[in-house]
Design a binder for this molecule. Structure first.
Ligand code: GUN
Ligand code: FE
Length: 424
């Protein structure tokens, strides 16, 4: 059954500019976009019943490409340390609480509800080592109808004993989730998740690489976020040519689709390896600020044609509103520009494209309204932002800079309208 929606339609086919269809129509069939046009005849849908969203904006939904669901309780606190002591003092103690499925369920409902509010319809998510709590998180995504790649975290060194899991137990837990959620077309799927090199022995990294290869599953981790972390990895992995090479040697760097958070300090051989292997960067600007990690060179990454998306990285990052992440990413690029005018700062269409079509490619055909793309969309009623005084592009820009969840009045994922998930 074809559905047709009418609104002011904006999306980015290319990073160089927006497609804008004022009072346009979009046809959706079997969850995918069938076409966009300025009238029903051009769409080939003259007899279709139309859902009219009036003067609203219709845009692709947001994708959060790196987020730690079990850090939601620490969101907005504990900003006084850099990465390594921050993990030991704040993050690991919080994640230890997820041994309780009851606690996990309560926090995960809160987390998912906030993602829904801000129109994030797809996510790449870290859970904890706890299999049953991670399973509950995946069930909550399924029940909500929102897309997610969710990882049971693998870690077995340099962490408190209650977060250390031996290799066999880690593999067995991950395989349990693969049996339940491993279907290739599922909206909610497992992703192989070694926390980062300092948390995983070579045996565990090897086992993670074997799991990814055996089940053709994607991989996520952290890479070159913080100077002390990078020095530590060089000590732990003396045979690797770079931090990225350490993952590569264990089959965790593009052998299956791979996304690495941060890459603030990635350059030289590591950058070349990422390019060669098609590894995606999850750029997390708020986390990089809060943990004083550095300013990721997004313009350089774009110039090098690295695949890239944006992540909130809660609770290193403090904000689950991905629209605001676009603003932060532009601001980071302007800081680079202020120091070096050859690094042009990001335009609005570039960052919108990164957050939607570029990020969405990690899930398949997601993040655009071109024919064949899954219909992940948001309807924005920006009436409080004085829309009559602005062009459609400026209306979108104002919503990105000033708006919040109150202006998002409908959310779609894979063609289905997503109702508000239950929250406590
Ligand atoms: N590196 C390893 N674990 C983490 C984490 O939880 N957050 C961030 N920002 N970096 C990490
Ligand atoms: Fe992270």
């Amino acid at each position: 059954m074809k559905k047709v929606y009418k609104a002011n339609i904006l999306y980015t086919k290319e990073r160089t500019g927006f497609e804008v269809v004022e009072n346009g129509y979009i046809a959706v069939e079997n969850g995918r976009v069938a076409g966009v046009a300025s009238n029903l005849k051009a769409l080939g849908c003259e007899d279709a019943e139309v859902t009219d969203f009036g003067n609203c904006l219709l845009i692709p939904a947001m994708n959060d490409m790196h987020v730690h669901a079990p850090q939601v309780h620490n969101q907005g606190v504990a900003m006084d340390l850099e990465l390594l002591p921050w993990l030991q003092n704040y993050t690991f103690p919080e994640e230890s609480k997820y041994a309780s499925v009851e606690y996990a369920e309560r926090m995960y409902r809160r987390f998912l509800h906030t993602q829904w509010l801000f129109g994030t319809m797809r996510s790449v998510v870290f859970g904890t080592i706890h299999t049953e709590s991670t399973r509950r998180l995946m069930k909550l995504y399924q029940e909500a109808g929102m897309g997610a790649l969710v990882g049971k975290v693998a870690m077995n060194r340099n962490c408190p004993p209650e977060l250390c899991e031996d290799v066999e137990a880690s593999v067995a837990g991950t395989e349990q989730l693969i049996q339940e959620f491993g279907g290739a077309d599922g909206l909610v799927r497992p992703i192989i998740t070694p926390r980062f090199v300092p948390s995983c022995t070579p045996e565990l990294l090897k086992a993670c690489g074997e799991l990814a290869n055996k089940y053709h599953l994607p991989v996520q981790s952290h890479l070159s976020e913080n100077i002390s972390e990078i020095a530590w990895v060089a000590e732990l992995e003396p045979e690797s040519r770079s931090y990225g090479d350490a993952y590569n040697r264990y089959g965790l760097f593009g052998q299956t689709p791979t996304i690495m958070a941060h890459c603030v300090w990635t350059k030289g051989e590591e950058l070349e390896l990422m390019k060669r292997n098609g590894v995606m960067v999850a750029h997390c600007p708020t986390s990089n600020f809060n943990l004083s990690s550095g300013l990721a060179p997004v313009r350089t990454m774009l110039d090098e044609s690295l695949p890239i998306g944006l992540g909130s990285d809660i609770s290193g990052g403090h904000d689950l509103n991905m629209f605001r992440m676009l603003v932060y990413a532009i601001q980071v690029s302007k800081m680079h520009y202020m120091h070096d005018h050859s690094k042009k700062f990001l335009s609005l269409s570039e960052i919108f494209w990164i957050a939607t079509k570029s990020a969405g490619s990690f899930f398949g055909k997601v993040g655009s309204f071109e024919p064949g793309y899954e219909f992940d969309a948001l309807v924005i009623d920006d009436d409080v932002l004085h829309p009559s005084e602005y062009s459609l592009l400026h209306r979108l820009e104002r919503f990105i800079y000033l708006g919040d969840d109150r202006q998002i009045i409908h959310r779609f994922c894979r063609g289905q309208e997503i109702a508000e998930p239950e929250n406590d």
